[in-house]
Design a protein around this ligand. Sequence first.
Ligand code: S3P
Length: 209
Amino acid sequence: MNVQTAEPSVTEPLSQTEPVPASTASAPTHLRRLVLTGFMGAGKTTVGHILADRLGWDFLDLDAYIESRTGVAVPSIFAEHGERHFRKLESQALASALGMHNVVLALGGGTPEILTNRLLLEQTPATATIFLDAPFSVLFDRCVLQALNPGATGRPNLADPAAAETRFLARQPLYRRLAHHTIDTESLSTEQTVATLLARLNSGSPRGR
Ligand code: S3P
């Protein structure tokens, strides 16, 4: 979770070693939760971290939350109990996460597959959902690169590329319908995605549903 740093006093300039206040942006005042959705590799976690920092909000990654609630890594849940069980844990974690305030929540790529999850997201007040979109080939390449990082979490639903593309195509309409805003991230850096997202949120013109 992020810790919001206090505003510096004008009479006490920041030293080189003091943390710079992260909160430099704001969300519309009626919003308490920002939810990032999209396929694996969309940048939900990376963008979510930065966005939360900018807003001075907490950040919650749904997969990490499931892991902290169960004490088991997501790939192990898939391997030991199957996807159906994982989806049950995911729905429970989502319901709990949506009770939090001033939080940026990064969903798992498959969270919107489940109808009750979509209803929960649509019916939770003060919540805006943002779809980070990109073509499958771009997302797949990003995931391959991420998998090279030491400590990267495995993605069981990416093991078979053809099956992953079929899932991607089936999920696209769900992501779109759920989203108050859709951002095409194909040619955007993480920073540009965050800036676009903040501008879109504050423009007062939701698009994408
Ligand atoms: C999944 C996406 C993963 C994780 C799990 C299943 C999916 O999350 O929830 O491996 O079915 O798309 P990310 O989208 O954060 O990789």
